[in-house]
Write a protein that binds this ligand. Structure first.
Ligand SMILES: [Zn+2]
Length: 377
């Protein structure tokens, strides 16, 4: 029998343009998610976006409200970690040199870490790693950043990104999600030709989309993706449009709020190319559904799609012939609307004998000691 080692991972952050109420998008949904995990005896992992926190700290001298929020960020992270969940490194470079005016952030820096020099990228990665390690060492002196998820998945190709991660002691990267392609005003990347989309592998050090012919000092664990049936995708899309209309009406009657809207999300990720019809289609479901190809992002899936996702994982794990297969699932607390579907899914999965939930730190240990890692054979 194949054991699936499932890592529940969550990119924990404000919206890409720095907008949104941090309590509503981060603190509250994180606490709620953690209490669901705790209730089921599951330990999850959170990729804490640290550039945002460092930027809050830079500006807190002149804006007392930012200090209050940055302190609460620290408290939430520490409390989550204290309860047995993992915290790992996530970096969005667009926070560099951010400006803060009238209670709003203005982010003008490049969204892709691939467009920064080696030195600039190192500085961001190192700053983030040190912040997290300092924060969590008071709870566990052995805590280390061992995994990385790049903002907007930007990891390849790059002459230096994987080298820098190795230098910082990162055991594995999980920024590759095979099949995605973005050509937006903020992000350009093409992962349509990834050589491995399911199992852990040693990457070519200058292009994580490719599998190396030998062992390398870092491993790539792709973030899972699957092919959802058209029937469910269509149904899910219809329901999302329905709830969007409901939310809009709710916002109007409530006099508007600072919540992250579906519109803001679509706008940030709108593809530049394509006809008007294509753009309207994409706006409805960008960027996570491209045809039937779907990133395993639990915030974007309902219970039926989560079940399809798990069926696909089981089939592919079995076909691999391996006894142990690690899988990284994605989530975004800022986009989570439906906690009950997620809870139902996790309840079912936690009762399955072939599924074992792992934290990213446990996954790193297993990659070093037990799991099979692919090379180009
Ligand atoms: Zn992110």
């Amino acid at each position: 029998m194949t054991t699936i080692h499932l890592a529940l991972v969550d990119d924990w952050e404000l919206s890409g343009d720095g907008s949104g109420d941090i309590r509503r998008l981060q603190f509250e949904p994180l606490r709620r998610l953690v209490s669901i995990y705790n209730g089921l005896g599951i330990r999850g992992s959170f990729n804490a976006e640290v550039m945002q926190q460092l930027t809050f700290r830079q500006h807190q001298g002149r804006h007392q409200e930012l200090k209050v929020l940055a302190d609460e960020w620290d408290d939430v992270v520490r409390e989550t970690f204290r309860q047995g969940h993992d915290i790992q490194l996530h970096i969005h470079p667009q926070w560099q040199n951010a400006k803060y005016k009238d209670g709003r952030w203005k982010l003008t820096a490049d969204w892709s870490i691939l467009n920064y020099s080696r030195e600039a990228a190192l500085q961001m990665l190192q700053g983030g790693k040190e912040y997290l390690e300092n924060l969590l060492h008071e709870i566990d002196p052995k805590y280390r950043c061992v995994s990385f998820r790049s903002g907007a998945w930007c990891i390849a190709p790059s002459p230096h990104m994987l080298d820098l991660l190795v230098k910082l002691g990162i055991v594995f990267d999980m920024s590759i999600v095979a099949g995605v392609k973005y050509d937006t005003r903020n992000i350009k990347l093409d992962y349509t030709t990834c050589e491995e989309d399911f199992l852990p592998y040693y990457p070519v050090m200058t292009d994580a989309r490719r599998v190396s012919d030998k062992a390398e000092p870092i491993v790539c664990v792709p973030t899972n993706c699957f092919y959802a049936s058209r029937r469910l995708v269509f149904r899910h899309h219809l329901e999302k449009v329905g709830s969007k209309v409901k939310r809009k009406i709710g916002q109007q009657t409530a006099g508007g709020n600072n919540d992250r809207s579906v519109e803001a999300y679509g706008e940030q990720w709108a593809q530049i190319d394509g006809s008007l019809v294509k753009r309207i289609y994409r706006k409805g479901i960008v960027p996570y559904l491209k045809g039937k190809h779907t990133i395993s992002d639990l915030a974007q899936l309902d219970y039926r799609l989560m079940t399809e996702m798990l069926d696909s994982i089981r089939k592919r794990a079995k076909a691999s012939g391996l006894t142990d297969v690690p899988i990284v699932l994605e989530n975004h607390t800022k986009d989570l609307q439906n906690f009950s579907d997620l809870e139902r899914f996790l309840e079912k999965a936690s009762g399955s004998s072939d599924i074992q939930f792992v934290t990213l730190t446990e996954l790193a240990t297993n990659l070093k000691e037990n799991f099979k890692i692919k090379t180009r054979s």
